[in-house]
Design a protein around this ligand. Structure first.
Ligand code: DC
Length: 239
C-alpha cells in the first residue's frame, strides 16, 4: 500500500459489505465468507440488539427516543473483541450472546434502531470496526451508510416466499411447530415495517452487486461472493 499511487480509499479495499432483507441468510453467508478469507465478521444487527437489551435491562422507556439517546450517550461503554473470527460485544464486563436473540429483544430492537441519533452513533462504531480492513460487515445499511466505500458490496435478495420457506424449515429443524402461512405473514410484515422505519434503505448503493439467492444453497452464495471479491482484487492489484 502507498506504493501504487491509488486514488481510491484503499482502507476499505478489503472490506466486504453485505446487506439485504431479513431472512435472506446474510448472517450465515457473512460468517462463511469471513471464515474463508480469515476476516472478522461484524454483525451490525448485534449492536442494535445490544443497545436494546441493555436499555430494557435498565428500564429505559424505549418508546421515548430522548431517553434512549440519553442512555446511549451516558451509559453505554462499548467494548469489542474478536473471538474465533467474530466481533463480540462486551458490556460492563459481560459478553453478550444468546440474550441478544430473545423474542423480547427482537421485537424491541426495530423501535430503537429507527432513532436517527442511534443510527449515527452505531454506524460510527461499525465503521471503526471496518477501518482496519479484512472485515465482513453484515446488516441492512452497510452498503449504503456504514461503509459505502467498501471494496466489495453485495445485496442478497430473495422473494418473500423463498425467505419464508427458509425460516419455516429452520423452525422445523429447531423442533418448533409452525404454520407456513403465519411465517410468511411475519416476513411480509417485517419487510414493510423496516422499509417504513428507514431501517431498510429504499435505494441501492452504487456499485452494489445484487445476488438472487433463491436457487442457491448458502454455501454457494458464499462461493459467489468470494469469486466477486477476488475478481475485484485482481482488478485493483497493480504490482
Ligand atoms: O439482522 P438482525 O435481525 O440481527 O437485526 C436486528 C435489528 O436491528 C432489526 O430490527 C434491524 C436492525 N438493524 C438495523 O437497523 N441496521 C442494521 N445495520 C442491522 C440491523
Amino acid at each position: 500500500p502507498g506504493m501504487t499511487g491509488r486514488v481510491h480509499d484503499s482502507r476499505f479495499d478489503t472490506v466486504i459489505a453485505l446487506d439485504g432483507p431479513s431472512g435472506v441468510g446474510k448472517s450465515t453467508v457473512s460468517r462463511l465468507v469471513a471464515r474463508r478469507l480469515g476476516f472478522v465478521f461484524v454483525n451490525t444487527g448485534d449492536m442494535y440488539r445490544a443497545l436494546t437489551w441493555k436499555a430494557l435491562e435498565e428500564g429505559v422507556s424505549i418508546r421515548n427516543p430522548k431517553s434512549v439517546v440519553r442512555f446511549l450517550n451516558k451509559k453505554m461503554d462499548w467494548k469489542f473483541h474478536v473471538h474465533e473470527g467474530v466481533l463480540k460485544i462486551r458490556l460492563d464486563g459481560r459478553e453478550l450472546g444468546r440474550e441478544l436473540r430473545s423474542e423480547r429483544v427482537s421485537l424491541a430492537t426495530p423501535i430503537v434502531a429507527r432513532i436517527p441519533q442511534v443510527r449515527l452513533c452505531l454506524r460510527a462504531l461499525q465503521r471503526q470496526a471496518a477501518m482496519a480492513g479484512r472485515a465482513v460487515l453484515e446488516g441492512r445499511d452497510t452498503t449504503t451508510h456504514v461503509v459505502p466505500k467498501a471494496g466489495t458490496k453485495i445485496f442478497l435478495d430473495a422473494p418473500v416466499e423463498e425467505r419464508a420457506k427458509r425460516r419455516y424449515h429452520q423452525h422445523l429443524s429447531d423442533g418448533k411447530r409452525v404454520k407456513f402461512e403465519s411465517i410468511k405473514k411475519a416476513v411480509e410484515t417485517r419487510d414493510a415495517r423496516e422499509i417504513n422505519m428507514n431501517i431498510m434503505p429504499k435505494r441501492r448503493s452504487p456499485g452494489t452487486i445484487v445476488l438472487d439467492t433463491s436457487h442457491l444453497a448458502l454455501h454457494e452464495v458464499a462461493d459467489q461472493i468470494l469469486k466477486l471479491y477476488w475478481r475485484h482484487h485482481r482488478g485493483r492489484r497493480t504490482s
